[in-house]
Design a protein around this ligand. Structure first.
Ligand code: NAD
Length: 261
């Protein structure tokens, strides 16, 4: 049985990842610091599984990835824990640096130490974002980002995510830590936090509240076809450790991870 740490397990993507791993019969060690973005009610669902345990931390109210001091035996760490709302990063960036940069650095150091003391090395699957490529409008209307693009921070959110990507790549190169970085565009679905674009719009419509959209938001919604690869596809593709995968959806178009990579 595979053993996996899922960080950010009570967040939007982390909860889907947790369910997927549990369905596979893997043992999941859930880590979440229970920020405002966490859906705490998910713990009731996950705790029903014998193959789930929640890392509770000192105060029994969850565990910050910065506070993990060692790793139990495991095969994978899937890191979805992050501060994720761009608007919040503009107002106050401290939490973004703490979680998205320091937190990832701590995970990398834990993996490095684990490797020194154990024969096997867990693979890190790190969730990044296509926002590390900057503002696609700057490249022209039909350009799709790929892994060769420069990392350009356009907000503290995307800059801290790009910083983490560089740290992961550096740990891969320097210490030979196996990793996989996924850079996906926006995902939407059930249980997404209310602050994100589509939940905000749905809430406005339900409550008859006027919606203020930027031109970019309007274009995105007009062209959205809901054709975004599922987390399941990321797992089931034959991907190679030590790689970056850009999962694209631009003007409603999705390019899947190439076969055989
Ligand atoms: N949702 C998207 O559309 C999208 C798109 C591209 C990339 N991503 C990336 O995917 C990942 C997950 O995004 P999401 O939308 O599910 O986020 P989310 O905000 O819904 O969930 C994040 C979870 O991480 C937890 N968390 C935050 N800081 C933590 C810390 N220091 N220690 C432990 N737990 C912590 C929060 O409590 C929350 O449960 C992020 O890395 C994000 O950058 C998301």
């Amino acid at each position: 049985m595979k053993i996996v740490y899922v960080t950010g397990c009570l967040g939007f993507i982390g909860s889907y990842v947790t369910r997927l791993c549990l369905e596979r019969g893997w043992y999941v060690k859930g880590v979440d610091s229970m920020t405002y973005a966490a859906n705490k009610t998910l713990l009731d669902e996950f705790n029903k599984h014998d193959n789930f345990s929640f890392v509770c931390g000192h105060d029994n109210h969850g565990c910050d990835i910065n506070d993990l001091t060692f790793l139990y035996d495991c095969d994978y760490i899937i890191n979805t824990a992050a501060e994720t709302h761009v608007g919040n990063s503009i107002a106050n960036s401290d939490d973004f640096v703490f979680s998205n940069v320091n937190g990832v650095h701590n995970i990398l150091e834990l993996l490095r130490n684990y490797r020194q003391e154990n024969t096997k090395t867990p693979t890190l699957l790190h969730f990044s974002t296509d926002e590390v490529y900057g503002d696609m409008d700057d490249y022209g209307p039909s350009v799709l980002a790929n892994e060769e693009f420069n990392l350009i921070g356009s907000s503290y959110y995307s800059s801290t995510k790009a910083s983490a990507d560089l740290l992961v790549q550096a740990a891969g190169r320097t210490y030979g830590l196996p990793y996989l970085i996924t850079r996906t565009c926006n995902n939407y679905g059930k249980n997404q936090h209310q602050e994100k674009l589509l939940p905000t719009i749905i809430n406005c419509i339900k409550n008859n509240i006027k919606i203020n959209l930027t031109e970019k938001n309007k274009q995105y919604i007009k062209n959205y076809k809901g054709n975004i690869p599922t987390k399941k596809e990321i797992f089931t593709q034959g991907v190679e450790a030590g790689s970056n995968y850009t999962i694209k959806c631009w003007i409603g178009e999705t390019v899947k991870v190439p076969e055989g990579r």
